[in-house]
Structures are given as C-alpha cells and as structure tokens.
Design a protein around this ligand. Sequence first.
Ligand SMILES: [Zn+2]
Length: 241
Amino acid sequence: MSAVWKYFQVDDKNVSIAKCELCKLGISRGGKEKAAFNTTNLIRHLKNKHPTQYNEFTQATQPRTSQPTLQDLFKKREKMPGDSAKAQTITAKVAQMIAMSDLPFAFVENPGFLMLMEHIEPRFEMPSRHYFTEKALPALHKKIFDKEGLLSQRSVTEILANARKIVGHFKHSPLAYSRLEDIQMDLHMDIKRLQQDVQTRWNSSLYMLQSLLEQNGLLVCLQLSALYTSSTDSLPMGANE
Ligand SMILES: [Zn+2]
C-alpha cells in the first residue's frame, strides 16, 4: 500500500473517491472501477495543496524504493575479495578437486568450468592457473604433509626440489640405478625404479615421494657404499638428511 494513504481515506459512500484528511476534499482515485484505481491524483493533490506533508511523503518513500535496490544490485555484481574466507575456501576446494581427479592445472581456465562457477557463485573470481601452481598447490601439499607428520621444519617446495634432485641423479646415472637394483635383488625386494614427477600434475609429485620413501633405506645404503667406492657417484648433497 502506498505511503500516501497516511493522508487520505476511502470515502464511505463512494470507494472511487479518497478523502484528504488535511482539507477533507474528495479526490478521484483515477476511475470508477477498482482496476483503474491509482494514487496519482492523491500524490498530485498533496504536492499542490500540502507541500509540508508532500515533503514528508517523498522522504519516507525515497530510501525504500530507490536506494537499497541499487545498493543490492551493486553488492551482487561486486566480486568478493580474493583473500576473503569464502574465496579462500572455494579456491582450496578447486585445488582439492584438481588433486583428487588428477586434472591438469589448465582446468581452471576451462570455459565450461568457469561458466558453471559463474552460475553458482557470480561473486567468486577464479584465480589464475599460476596462482594454483605457485600458491594453492604448495598450500595443499603442506596441509597433507603436516597431517601425516612428514614435514617438520622444511618447506614442501624444498623437499620436492630435493626429491627431484635424487630422482634426476638416478635418471642420469645408469651406474647408480644398477647399484640400486643390486641391493634390491640382494634384499629380495621387487625391482622398482624411482618415479619422476610431472610438475603440472599434482599426484605425480606424491608418487615420486612415495617411490623415494619405499627406497629410503636402500638410498642410505647406496650413499654409504658410495662413500667407500667412487666419490663421484654419490647422491646429491642433502639427499638423505
Ligand atoms: Zn487536502
């Protein structure tokens, strides 16, 4: 109901007439039928005859009709800050999805995926692929390693770099590999090679670390034996800390 009715009342004898409470004048509501009723004449009467009340009326209606709706609109279109709790949670979930499904990081630029995200949460702005490889992935790694107690002081990137060094060493040294195989055979273990990770694939880093952990004791043996034989074929520094 219009706020203008604060100053008018429907005529007892004729519903198509509104009586002004201030000057008792009868004003047409715009027609004879109910469907034609409107408040245009009433507002015009108020404006022309009772300016004080008209000002009161416009002030009472303005904030309710125009301002909040505009603000609401802006709020909806505004993107949420990337460091907000909500944005961080969504980003972490996307990183988790990439990890669980072993998707390439380019997936965060996939038009279909972006369309779906835009529909579900228009205020969320998808971080760049770069952000996922540089920030979200290491953060997720850290969380997992922390949980499993594998990580105490050193950063995940440092561990991965070291792991890559070790695997790289074996990849480039057939001699080192044959020694590893010798020990595996001596211990009646399965002959396994070390896995090298692909940096764009999340799970491959885990497989690499897993393959190293499986061989951890053997790698220590290898390094010790290297100390007694050729010093040139020892593992890279820091490999078996
Ligand atoms: Zn009046």
